[in-house]
Unconditional design. Structure first.
Lengths: 249, 412
């Protein structure tokens, strides 16, 4: 399985940005984060001891509608729990995340956003990392479709998802917590357990604990776990950014 | 001190200037107030109970009433505690002549049917393996509902339902996302059958053809029937406008809104309609006896939950959080000792303000309650307290809730 194609900080004017391309669904997301910023809203509407998180999703070809409002709400609820909005400089300010769908299919009215959701979540994480927003943990998200015969397909396209029995989006934190679950379509909990197991393997790999307590991530059918991809993308970026100091030594 | 003040302020003979009535304490220290109720000191005999007097998995008193609005095709009022939702279903006709892409996508129903039959075997092979007759009637046929937007739900919160929502204001982000949730649940559960919304026209068999057939063998009769079946065409669709107004909001709007949509659709009657060839229009029958109800697929019922954390700072303090494995061990220890988080069913407005993590589970039971529970939608967001084991418990709670809601809906 080919991993996602990730670029950090492609935009120079935003505080942080990332572009994320998922090869299996073909979705291409460009995300930017500005934080902390003064929000133009009424000062008394802002929370006095916490940062306000705002998420905007722009579909590729149409103005944003109710579907985008819904997915913005999901991303906002999840991210605002991870951002340490009480750090110095953040209270009464805003963290503004803008996600533009620049490639792949956009969802039509009434379509479920579930096939796009993992790409949107992973992009917003990378953009937040690029903007150095303090967070309690990182995460990785994936989507799975269960066909009527019970096969589990990874990161389905919109067509596959519409013919599948159920579609699931799961996000796991860097510490193994289940952060988000969005399941649609008929299924039972035994199926869901299989889905969760597979999603955990995709996101974090089949982790095996070494004798020294280190976690080694093994590579299996799903290729490199998503978390590793995200980690490597950030490592590479840091390596490039600090090339001057590394070379100087 | 906190629970004493909350539980029995009158019992203390202290001077009045020093004691706070519970309502003030609830406003000043909401988190401590709810926590004091859920974990009373071991010295007192108070049971662990929510501030609103309910047990953690207890839902609010629910009532439903259908057919209250006379100008709609179906309507319902559902009250869940202090949250009340009114839903009206209005049916309007959509002529296929008005659908721009109709003649292109559906060149003629006859050939479309034929093609469908040709394509189907490959499709069905995988479909029928899963489960039976329900899938059979509905693969391509059902796409009409989604493609032509035959179901149009809208939810309005701008009714003065709660202090935060100004009447007459544009739809808030919450109202929009609730509308979307209702729409996607209507699509994913395929609650309404596309066949109920179609208005067919069967052209009469004209004389000359009949005469020709007469001289030939009987086999032609079968053919003629097939021919007639083939000529049947869709002339119009019913579009259902499903409008929900939350007239009072005290937490958990989705459960109430969905229950009202379900009750209203169960109540909906569509008048008998047919294509009038002379006037080239669709005409409807006035007689109530001709109207027929929608035949819905199943009865999905939504139940929402929130998680209340004892440690208010758990989420934002910049400490190293325990990872999932450690977490599980802590949870084991906690089951013996003091609890640190509670999953509350059907949260009211006060509890919603104190919790970030939410879960929503929509279940249905096959064969009218005798079959096993099927989860139709499962959402969990905003925290890390709910995982596989908790979700399993919540599905059990939701399936009990399903039995309860079915009783309520069948009575009204």
């Amino acid at each position: 399985m080919v991993g996602p194609n990730v670029t950090l900080t492609p935009l120079s004017r935003a505080d942080g940005s990332a572009s994320y391309q998922c090869p299996s669904t073909g979705s291409n997301i460009l995300g930017s984060v500005n934080a902390p910023v003064e929000l133009p809203g009424r000062r008394d509407a802002l929370k006095p001891e916490e940062a306000t998180v705002e998420v905007f999703v722009k579909p590729g070809t149409a103005p944003a509608g109710v579907g985008e409002r819904y997915v913005e709400g999901i991303i906002k609820t999840m991210i605002s729990r991870l951002i340490l909005g009480r750090e110095k400089g953040y209270p009464r300010r805003g963290v503004v995340i803008t996600l533009a769908i620049v490639g792949g299919q956009s969802a039509r009215r009434g379509d479920s956003y579930l096939t796009l959701l993992p790409a949107l979540l992973n992009t917003s994480l990378l953009a937040l990392l690029s903007a150095s927003v303090p967070m309690s943990m990182t995460f990785s998200a994936t989507s799975l479709a269960v066909t009527s015969t019970g096969d589990i397909l990874r990161e389905p396209t919109a067509e596959v998802a519409s013919s599948a029995a159920s579609v699931h989006v799961l996000a796991f934190s860097s510490k193994g917590h289940l952060l988000l679950n969005e399941s649609q379509g008929a299924f039972d909990l035994d199926t869901w357990d299989n889905v969760r197991e597979r999603a955990l393997a995709i996101c974090r790999g089949t982790a095996s604990y070494g004798s020294d307590g280190d976690v080694t991530m093994s590579v299996d059918v799903d290729g490199q776990p998503l978390e590793g991809t995200i980690r490597e993308a950030v490592e590479d970026q840091v390596h490039r950014d600090y090339a001057w100091s590394i070379d100087a030594v | 001190m906190a629970p004493a003040a909350a539980a029995s302020p009158a019992a203390q003979p202290t001077p009045p200037s020093l004691s706070l009535p519970p309502s003030q304490f609830a406003r000043l220290q909401p988190h401590a107030y709810l926590l004091a109720h859920l974990s009373p000191p071991t010295t007192s005999n108070h049971p662990s109970i929510r501030a609103n007097g309910r047990a953690p998995t207890q839902f609010r008193v629910t009532s439903a009433n259908t057919g209250s609005l006379t100008h709609t095709n179906g309507s319902a009022v559902v009250r869940v505690g202090e949250t009340a939702a009114v839903c009206g279903v209005r049916a309007e006709l959509l002529h296929t002549a008005d659908i721009a892409s109709w003649s292109v996508t559906q060149p003629s129903t006859g050939s479309a049917n034929k093609r469908r039959k040709l394509v189907d075997p490959t499709l069905k092979a995988s479909e029928t393996a899963g489960d039976g007759d329900d899938e059979e009637s509905s693969d391509k046929d059902e796409s009409h509902i989604e493609d032509l937007n035959l179901l149009v739900p809208n939810l309005s919160l701008s009714t003065g339902c709660a202090p935060g929502f100004i009447p007459g204001a544009p739809p808030s982000a919450l109202a929009q996302s609730l509308s979307q949730q209702i729409l996607s649940l209507l699509h994913s559960t395929r609650l309404v059958r596309a066949d109920d919304l179609r208005i067919w026209y069967q052209p009469p068999n004209l004389g000359p053809e009949d005469l020709e057939r007469h001289n030939e063998s009987e086999q032609m009769d079968v053919d003629a029937e097939a021919e007639g079946e083939k000529n049947r065409e869709i002339k119009a669709f019913w579009v259902l406008y499903i409008d929900v107004m939350i007239i009072s909001l005290a937490g958990n709007p989705f459960d109430a809104a969905w229950a009202s949509v379900l009750a209203a659709l169960r109540d909906t009657k569509l008048p008998k309609a047919w294509w009038d060839i002379d006037n080239e229009t669709v005409v409807c029958s006035d007689a109530v006896s001709d109207a027929r109800k929608l035949s819905l697929r199943g009865m999905p019922v939504a139940s929402s939950f929130c998680v209340f954390e004892a440690d208010a700072a758990a989420g934002w303090r910049a400490v190293i959080l325990p990872d999932a494995e450690e977490e599980r061990k802590i949870a084991e220890d906690n089951r013996r000792g003091a609890q640190r988080r509670w999953i509350l069913a059907d949260p009211d407005g006060y509890e919603e303000g104190l919790s970030q993590e939410r879960a929503c589970i929509v279940v249905d039971k096959e064969q009218g309650g005798n079959g096993k529970t099927v989860v139709v939608k499962m959402e969990k967001n905003g925290g890390w307290a709910i995982d596989g084991r908790e979700l399993r418990q919540l599905v059990d709670v939701s399936s009990q809730r399903w039995d309860h809601i079915r009783q309520i809906l069948e009575q009204c």
